[in-house]
Design a protein around this ligand. Structure first.
Ligand code: PMT
Length: 411
């Protein structure tokens, strides 16, 4: 994996050599591009020693440009990571300005971009920075952190750069596969996000799913070389590059769309939080308030997962179980009842599971179980997809298995 690591001028730049080591331990080739102000905090000599490559810093360096121009560098990258990312570089990227080599690469690359912000907590919470963060996220740029804690300035709050190991593990799960990986030649169909069931023309029933888990699983499967078809409910996330995304609204539409692709699927992963019930009748006009109490008649929605696992020749089928109590017990009963190959259980509830960047998973299958400790959904998705691939080949026979490429390894 080729990573362009941009280092900008914040005190957290002193952690950059450690970050480079963590990325290289995971098999990445790291090309450092540092800004002039980053050089105030960390030396080129240290960075060159740990990265094993000459440092790039000047857009107008004729010799370096002749060896690999900024456009070639932008194309070489599987991921562009900026750590630490200052408020200034965030604002520059939002505005589309390209006054130096790093921001020029950000404009010229088609690779995923990830920023690990680091700054004083008041600068981070400033409305200008927060509005820039929102714009960057809407454009599909990954914002990693920041962490909360004591800061170099002696104050405490949100603004510390995430620790290098977490950044490295997350970034190594981001790139879309390049014809390598455990799932080359396989097709994975994934459902993600919530569904919406109309009550009347202006109201609907839905749930708190953001789609983050499902989109991370889709990226991780693509990073392992799979062709990925993502059937997504209404979410506020950018479409991941290289993935075939189909947008739906209701459970019935998700059922139809998933079944339209299912005969191509080697693996089906149902991360979506699909409505179990929908209103029986949807009036054409808005329901008027005319009594104290009212009720809505509900009828069951089609169960997409159960319908796939009971096909005559089903794909390897993985369900998710969102539970607020007795997580493992309920998940195991869904595994058996829905005739699944695997189920991924997560505890949900107040500040857990739904609409968060992190999660904690227990994966269950007949006679087996694996726990994944709390981590970002990007990291969990990467580990989960590696496990799904392993179980898939164990179930279908090793002869169907391509050469396994470990996209990343953890310590
Ligand atoms: O989207 P995020 O904010 O990142 O949150 C992630 C998540 C919590 C939504 C996700 O990790 C998760 O747990 N998804 C499953 C949620 C759920 O609806 O669980 P369930 O126990 O109700 O359903 C069990 C399984 O059946 C799920 O795989 C679900 O996709 C599937 N199902 C359920 C009902 C239905 N009508 N059709 C289905 O396919």
């Amino acid at each position: 994996m080729n990573i362009v690591l941009g280092i900008t001028g914040g005190i957290a730049a002193y952690k950059a050599p450690d970050l480079v080591r963590r990325l290289r331990e995971r098999g990445a080739d790291v090309q450092i591009v540092m800004t002039a102000s980053a050089a105030e905090f960390v030396t080129e000599t240290a960075l060159q020693a740990v990265s094993g490559r000459p440092i790039r810093s000047n857009l107008w360096d004729k010799e370096a440009e002749a060896a690999m121009s900024h456009i070639e560098l932008a194309r070489w990258a599987d991921v562009v990571l900026i750590a630490p990312a200052t408020a200034e570089v965030m604002a520059r990227i939002v505005s589309g300005g390209a006054p130096d080599l790093l921001t020029t690469i950000c404009l010229a690359t088609e690779a995923p971009i990830a920023l690990a912000p680091a700054m004083n907590h008041v600068m981070w919470s400033n409305p200008a920075t927060q509005s820039n963060r929102e714009v960057l996220e809407q454009r599909g740029i990954h914002i990693l952190g920041p962490a909360v804690g004591s800061q170099a300035c002696g104050e405490t709050g949100a603004g510390r750069m995430l620790d290098p190991d977490t950044i490295a593990a997350t970034v190594c799960g981001l790139s879309v596969g390049k014809g390598e990986g455990a799932l080359v030649g396989k097709t994975v169909v994934i459902t993600a996000g919530p569904t919406r069931e109309a009550i009347d023309p202006v109201r609907y029933i839905t749930n708190r799913s953001s789609g983050k888990m499902g989109y991370a699983v889709a990226r991780a499967a693509a990073a392992q070389g799979a062709g990925v078809i993502l059937v997504s409910g209404p979410v506020n996330l950018p479409e991941p590059p290289g993935i075939d995304v189909h947008h739906v609204t209701t459970a019935a539409e998700m059922y139809e769309e998933a079944h339209r692709h299912i005969d191509k699927a080697d693996i089906f992963i149902a991360t979506a939080a699909v409505a179990d019930y929908r209103p029986a009748n949807v009036p054409e006009q808005k329901i008027k308030k005319n009594s104290e109490n009212t009720s809505i008649d509900l009828v069951p929605c089609p169960d997409i997962l159960a319908s796939v696992s009971t096909l005559e020749d089903p794909p390897f089928t993985v369900g998710f179980a969102a539970e607020t109590e007795n997580v493992e017990q309920y998940a195991r009963s869904k595994l058996e009842k829905k005739k699944l190959d695997m189920i991924v259980a997560n505890q949900v509830g107040h500040n857990r599971g739904f609409d968060r960047d992190d999660n904690q998973l227990s994966v269950l299958w007949k006679n087996g179980k694996k726990e994944f400790a709390e981590a970002t959904k990007i990291e969990l998705a990467r580990d989960l997809v590696e496990l799904v691939a392993e179980r898939f080949y164990a179930a279908r026979g090793a002869d169907t298995q391509p050469k396994l490429t470990i996209i990343s390894t953890s310590d």
